[in-house]
Structure formats: C-alpha cells, structure tokens
Design a protein around this ligand. Structure first.
Ligand code: FAD
Length: 385
C-alpha cells in the first residue's frame, strides 16, 4: 500500500479543504452556466498551484510528479474543469524547464509560476490530433525570427492564457515528417494571433477550448525551444508523458467524486424496506467502483514515481491513463445508475461527472493511442529470447 509522506499529507489536506470550501459548493452552478471559475483560479494562484512543478529557483514550489498527481486528484474530485487552467499550463512549465535554454527558463518560468503568465499547449489541429506529424502550421525563418501561419484546434486556455508552446513545421520535406516539427514559446499581444472561437462542448464547461489562428505571426528566434529546429516533436512527446499522468489523476478524482456521491445516496435511498446499499446488486457495484479507484490510483503513483526517478515512463503513464480514465467513465455511469432517475437530473452532481468523463478518454492522447503505446513498450520489454 502506498503511504503519502508528511509533506504530501499536509499539501493534500490543504487542497482538499480549498476544494470543499471554494469549489464543490459552486461547481455545478458555474458548470451549468458555462461560466469561467475566476475566483477559484485566483485562489489556485494564491496557493501557488501554477508554479507547482516549477523549480524553486524560478519561483515555483518544485513539487515532484507524485505530489502533483495527488493535487490534481483532489481538484478534479471537486470539479474537473478547475484542473483545465492548470493542466496544459503545467505541461508547458515541464517542457520549458526540461528543454528550454537557461535564458528561456529565466524569461518564462517565474511568470508562469505565479500564474501571471497562463500557459497552454498549441499542438492539435483540425486535421492532426492522434497523427500529429500531419500538422500543417508552418514557421518560416525570416530575419531574426520566424513567421507562423496556420491554425490550431482544441486549445485549452486559448482565451485566458497568454503564453503557449506551439508546434509548427520548420521543414516541410523532413522524412520522417516529425523531424520537421519545432516547438516555439509564443506570447499573445502581437499582430497575427487570433482566438477564432470557443468550442461548445458536452462537458468540461466553464473552461475554454479554442481555435487559434495565426496569420503572419512573428516569433523571435530566441523563442525557438531549446534553440534547435526539428526537436519539437521529441520535446512535446516527452511533455505529454506528464500530461498523461495528470489526465489519469483527473480520472481518479472524478471517479472518487462519483463513488462518494453514490455511496452516500445508497445509504439514504430506501427500496423494499431497506437502504439500497443492502441490496446485493448495489453492493457489488460499490465494491467494484472502489476497487477500480484504488487500482487506478496505484497505477498513477507507479508512473509518477518512475518519472520522479528521471526515467521514461511511456508504458506506465499509458497504462495509468488508460485504466484510470476508462474506470472513471464506467464509475460515472455506475454512480448515475445507483441514483436511479435522480442521476439523470441536474439537481444531482452525477450527471456532470457523466458528461465530463468522456473527455478523459480522448484528451491527452486517445485511449486507442495509449493501447498502441503500451503494446509497443511491451514488445520492447519482452524481446524474443
Ligand atoms: C476538450 C478538449 C480539450 C483539448 N485540449 C487540447 C489542448 O489544450 N492542446 C492540444 O494540442 N490539443 C487538445 N485537445 C485535442 C486532443 O488532444 C485530440 O482531440 C486528441 O488527441 C484526438 O485527436 P483527434 O480529435 O484529431 O482525433 P483523431 O486523431 O482523428 O482520432 C479519431 C479516432 O481514431 C482513432 N485513431 C486514430 N489513429 C489511430 C490508430 N493509429 N490506431 C487506432 N486508432 C486510431 C482515435 O483513437 C479516435 O478514436 C483537446 C481536445 C478536447 C476534446
């Protein structure tokens, strides 16, 4: 059994308190109105969460991946959307910290750590999601910088964010094509960068997901991540490992919320002269739900701890993401079933969990892709003897 240390217990305790006071009471109302959780985000800034994974020398908390996963679980238990402003923000902090030059770290990380700079990852396009090598946005060298043309789709924090890591092709002829992808740190506030629209979604409301359009947008050459063309794909894919741990932890948080609501309801609701938690069918559901949550959490910690040791963890992060998010989807539906008709009503929270869960199986790399990554990792791990 994994036992959090004293520091982790303290951090998790304060985040849980924050979530119970400031998130849970307002989450469903804000979500139904699709309203941005400004006050909650301000509270997260005060807690230093935007700098959670930024090293202390750049003004962050310098937390490890395991502790960060615990924080994400707590926030997601309150409302998955409040993890949105933090999720890809933390991924770009990770990417800049790992692969940026010292000058880039000094320029961008302190502002990202305070939340004054709010980050996002501009990778996907309308025609390039899983098959990201197909992206069409171009970065053409001109003078002391690059000119960006193209558009990006599904960009979380596109409207409220101001600093993004953007993937663009610097070499259209590269073979394989991913060797032609470079990553840039881009900032809003200059001509040629437009937020074209906010996409209306099934769930994950309150946080914006946008289409971004770039027309002759100038980026100084000093903002080429790591200073070398063609390394962008590698940098971003490494960053996506932490995104997968983070998405898996969201799944654990959402599943826990659904389970906690279900087990409360199952003790309050009576049919045939007893609480429904005494009917065997409901007992089996509760037992399966809690077991899956525990297993998912352990997979998340296993991947996060491997990453904390500085090792690649595609296989473990893929397994954690796959199992935790598929479980979250199943547990949200089971919680809805346990609530009977009430589960279909907006008076109860389970309908929100049910609408939020599918994003987890698609975002951060679909679960079909996770299975491919896992299988590839397994074949490498078990070569022919
Ligand atoms: C709410 C939301 C927020 C998002 N936020 C961001 C963000 O901040 N930044 C960002 O860059 N992106 C973001 N995304 C994009 C997300 O990462 C992509 O939607 C995801 O990677 C899937 O890509 P796609 O939508 O193009 O689907 P496709 O790649 O078109 O896939 C369609 C289907 O085909 C399957 N498939 C594709 N290739 C294979 C294969 N080789 N083998 C088996 N099955 C396959 C997929 O699993 C899927 O089921 C977000 C998406 C959503 C919905």
């Amino acid at each position: 059994m994994f036992a959090p240390d004293k520091m982790q217990q303290h951090i998790v305790g304060s985040i849980r308190q924050f979530v119970e006071r400031n998130v849970i009471p307002v989450a469903s109302d804000l979500e139904h109105k699709d309203e941005y959780p400004t006050q909650i985000v301000e509270g997260m800034k005060e807690l230093g969460l935007f700098g959670a994974n930024v090293p202390q020398e750049y003004g962050g908390l310098g937390l490890d991946y395991t502790t960060f996963a615990m924080i994400i679980e707590e926030l997601s238990r309150g409302w998955m959307s409040v993890v949105g402003p933090l999720g890809t923000h933390s991924v770009i902090c990770d990417i800049i910290n790992r692969f940026g030059s010292e000058e880039q770290r000094r320029e961008f990380l302190p502002g990202l750590a305070t939340g004054e700079r709010r980050g996002g990852l501009a990778l996907s396009e309308a025609d390039a999601g899983t098959d990201v090598q197909r992206l069409r946005t171009t970065a053409t060298r001109r003078g002391d910088g690059y000119i960006i043309n193209g558009s990006k789709m599904w960009i979380t924090n596109g409207r409220h964010g101001n600093t993004f890591v953007l993937a663009a092709k610097t070499d259209l002829k590269a073979d394989p094509p991913h060797k032609g992808i470079s990553a840039f740190i881009i900032e809003k506030g200059h001509e040629g960068f437009e937020v074209a629209r906010d996409i209306d979604k099934l769930g994950y409301k309150g946080v914006e997901t946008c289409e971004l359009v770039f027309e002759n947008f100038f980026v100084p050459a000093k903002n080429l991540l790591g200073g070398r063309e063609g390394d962008g794909f590698k940098h971003i894919m490494t960053g996506l490992e932490s995104e997968r741990i983070n998405v898996a932890a969201r799944g654990v948080g959402l599943a826990r919320a659904a389970f906690e609501d279900a087990i409360q309801y199952a003790q309050q609701r009576h049919t045939f002269g007893k609480p429904i938690c005494e009917h065997q069918t409901i007992q089996i559901k509760l037992a399966d739900m809690a077991t899956k949550i525990e297993a998912a959490r352990l997979l998340v910690y296993s991947a996060a701890q491997k990453k904390d040791r500085g090792e690649r963890c595609d296989l473990e992060a893929g397994m954690a993401k796959l199992f935790a998010t598929e479980s979250a989807q199943e547990i949200a539906l089971e919680a809805l079933r346990i609530h009977g008709g009430a589960g279909y009503s907006k008076d109860f929270r389970v309908e929100r969990y049910y609408r939020d869960a599918p994003l987890l199986i698609v975002g951060g790399g679909t679960n079909e892709l996770q299975r491919l990554i896992i299988a590839k990792g397994l074949v490498a791990k078990y070569p022919i003897k």
